[in-house]
Design a protein around this ligand. Sequence first.
Ligand code: UDP
Ligand code: MG
Length: 312
Amino acid sequence: MPKISIIVPCYNEEAALPLFYREITRVAGEMDYVDFEFIFIDDGSKDNTLPELRRLAAADKRVRFVSFSRNFGKEAGMLAGLEAATGDFVALMDADLQDPPALLPELYQAVTKEGYDCAATRRTTREGEPPIRSFFARMFYKIINKISDADIVDGARDYRLMRRSMVDAILSMREYNRFSKGIFGWVGFRTKWVPFVNVERIAGETKWSFWKLFRYSLEGIVAFSTVPLAIASVLGVIVCLAAFVFVVVVLVKTLAFGDPVGGWPSMMCVILFLGGVQLLCIGILGQYLSKTYLEAKRRPVYLVRETEEGVK
Ligand code: UDP
Ligand code: MG
């Protein structure tokens, strides 16, 4: 029988875990034509997520877990899961039931019968989200799709089922700064998009603040596009041209009307403007340099403290 590995990153999910486990085992029970493996990633939780996982693993041998030495973020959790997965198919899923396990049979159908390599989900509404957050999210998707080769779909969730070939392609991308939405789009393959209506988290609370999301989106842009660097050069050219025109105007004016002392306000404007442009461009350079610095260190993306086989 083919095997599906279900990967579930968990950070402080003690409240949602039992509910999630009940639902996923119900769906797995209905799909009796496949074997299952559930891999939970405890991302340095500070609540009872780890004891809960130990309990589940002891009771059900399909349950495996990887527990990190500290919180490394969801991206690291997903990578750890993909590396640990042994299935012919691999699914990524949140622990809070915002990614309905009930969609699994439909996703499985797409990758086995309909010739797709991946079936991914997309939420159709942003209902229940603050309008300002939706506005920035829309802008982000518009911008990043214009400036990168990775096809990044608005509203796409990380919830997806992939064939082994696509998983291996994702694992072959060894970058330290992992922006999964971009990686999924970058590797390509044939993806079927399954829309579903957004559901609220079942228990616990979201780990994403507006600022975290904002920083995450900047990381996505730096990771999947070098256009901001080009913008810096273009800005330089434009400012040079403007400066040239300005010089000609000043020269002609001085020759025609003499050179009365003055012009302090206009000089301040020019200095402040140029200073701003220079700092902006240095900032853009700095963003890329800092990412290059982190990549060059070749630090591990995550560290494991314990798995279902015991403490390491
Ligand atoms: N998560 C994680 N590490 C983190 C933050 C989140 O593993 O540092 C997990 C979390 O437990 C959940 C999933 O990532 O299973 C999505 O997180 P959340 O529900 O908070 O995000 P939202 O659905 O609000 O975007
Ligand atoms: Mg959630």
